[in-house]
Design a protein around this ligand. Structure first.
Ligand code: DGP
Ligand code: NA
Ligand code: NA
Length: 205
């Protein structure tokens, strides 16, 4: 069990990166104990999430702006649960968040400021971990499946969009290392954040 003072809120930690960057191998989380939950966006279990899932599987075709707003709506519909979890002391580690929302749509050519607008008011992460890997190397990892964005040319544009979004609060994780080493870096950074991130600080929008 990690040490985090019992009266403080949970930390909000976000993982971002290209597809196949290794975000989802998170067995290291189990040992962190019950006060940590691992979430992911899109959450495909909701009605909105099912529309997103159908779009990603190329079973439906939606205007770029429309799907952008659906991804954002999918985060908004989880906002109040997210807030109550954090306030009750649970740390959330979230696989993709608003940065993906902005990066994927701006990689399609939508205006970046327009893309950011519907994200305003969602809870701000205490820490963003960017799993840094080249698009070429990510593509080698097990190959891409059938989903919409899993193409090298698109992932190259996506990498440039993420780069444009990065700010001083982001921490880079070298994701081109073997998966065990990526997990080790994630584990150490998350543990460190559990001890320090957000302690005594209010949740910000
Ligand atoms: P995942 O379930 O993490 O594999 O995500 C499915 C795909 O959707 C993946 O290519 C990443 C992409 N994605 C995640 N969040 C967003 C978002 O907010 N907007 C867009 N356009 N794509 C997203
Ligand atoms: Na994917
Ligand atoms: Na995800």
């Amino acid at each position: 069990e990690h040490k985090r003072s019992s009266d403080s809120r949970g930390a909000l930690i976000v993982l971002e990166g290209l597809d196949r960057c290794g975000k989802t191998s998170q067995s290291y989380l189990e040992e962190l104990g019950h006060a940590v939950e691992s979430w992911r966006f899109p959450d495909r279990t909701t009605n909105v999430g099912q529309m997103i899932s159908s779009y990603l599987g190329n079973k439906s075709h939606l205007d770029d702006h429309t799907i952008h707003l659906l991804f954002s709506a999918n985060r908004w519909e989880k906002r109040s649960l997210m807030e109550s979890k954090l306030k009750s002391g649970t740390t959330l580690i979230i696989d993709r968040y608003s940065y993906s929302g902005v990066a994927f749509s701006s990689a399609k050519g939508l205006d970046m400021e327009w893309c950011k607008a519907p994200e305003i008011g969602l809870l701000a992460p205490d820490l963003v971990l960017y799993l840094d890997i080249s698009p070429e190397k990510a593509a080698e990892r097990g190959g891409y499946g059938e989903e919409r964005y899993e193409q090298l040319e698109f992932q190259k544009k996506l990498a440039r969009s993420f780069k444009a979004l990065r700010d001083a609060s982001w921490k880079n994780i070298n994701a081109s290392l073997p998966i065990e080493d990526v997990e080790k870096q994630l584990r150490e950074t998350v543990l460190n954040c559990l001890e320090t991130c957000g302690q005594g600080k209010p949740l910000l929008e």
